[in-house]
Design a protein around this ligand. Structure first.
Ligand SMILES: [Mn+2]
Length: 266
């Protein structure tokens, strides 16, 4: 029995299948975490999501910004962006099943055995694991419930403040979704920056979320994707960046949580 995590698939089926084959993934014994962004930009989002759907009893997905965007597109009947290459997926007979499956998946999870927190973009430095899990559960009720289309269609824009103590449920929803699926750099007062996607060498008052002192003394490890420009590098051993940008010409990366080994797609 082994536990794995794989970085952003982004519609790239061949390296995903290759990684599962390399570790001889056994769905009756092993568990796989996918850190989100299963779909969009790559050539075969349909095959990616279909394999995940088939393996669902052995897989947990923490939703990424592209997964949430797919949900918003379908639930609000919007036109997809051609550069996301989602047409075959959107035309699939199984689309309603895939959508219901993605709606059942969380924004973050915590694995007790390996003291590992997993989400697409990271964790807000001021949130405990317990708070993060509660907020994730609250937000899932929003994107899985009867008002899902309303919540998802109003999640866009640049709401840089992270506000969870508010009666405005849309502001709370956007804060949670932005942290777990879009965050990279923070300002000095821990607001979100939406403009910079570069590596960590930026020097304009912004700092990567994982630079917060909390992560230097943490026993928990934080596994995330989303930030391809990091090329797998962070500033502490307790934050592990798995999006190595396959869709942009890099490798796809798998972490074995049982051994801490990483392998890349062939
Ligand atoms: Mn992403």
């Amino acid at each position: 029995m082994a536990t794995y995590a794989i970085g952003d698939l982004q519609g790239c089926y061949a390296p995903f299948k290759n990684l599962l084959d390399q570790v001889d993934f056994n769905p009756s014994q092993d568990h796989l975490y996918l850190v989100g962004d299963l779909v969009a930009r790559g050539p075969d989002s349909l095959s990616c999501i279909d394999l995940v759907y088939t393996l669902q009893d052995s897989v947990t997905v923490t939703l990424g910004n592209h997964d949430l965007h797919l949900l918003a597109t379908v639930l609000t009947d919007k036109q997809a962006n051609p550069k996301d290459k989602l047409e075959p997926l959107l035309a699939s007979d199984k689309l309603p099943a895939y959508v219901a499956y993605l709606q059942s998946q969380p924004l973050c999870v915590y694995n007790t055995q390996y003291d590992s927190f997993i989400s697409h973009a990271g964790i807000y430095p001021l949130w405990t694991i317990e708070t993060a899990l509660q907020l994730s559960s609250w937000a899932k009720d929003c994107y899985q419930g009867p008002d899902a289309a309303r919540y998802l269609s109003a999640m866009y824009g640049k709401q840089s403040d992270v506000i969870i103590d508010t009666k405005d449920t849309q502001i709370k929803f956007n804060s949670i979704v932005n942290v777990f699926s879009r965050m990279r750099f923070l300002t000095q007062d821990l607001s979100l920056d939406f403009d910079n996607k570069s590596g960590i060498e930026l020097n304009n008052g912004l700092t990567p979320w994982f630079n917060h002192s909390r992560f230097k003394t943490s026993s928990t490890q934080f596994i995330f994707g989303h930030w391809a420009a990091l090329e797998g590098r962070t500033t502490t051993t307790k934050t592990i960046a798995l999006d190595t940008g396959y869709v942009w010409g890099g490798p796809m990366t798998l972490l074995n949580l049982s051994t801490n080994e990483q392998i890349t797609s062939k």
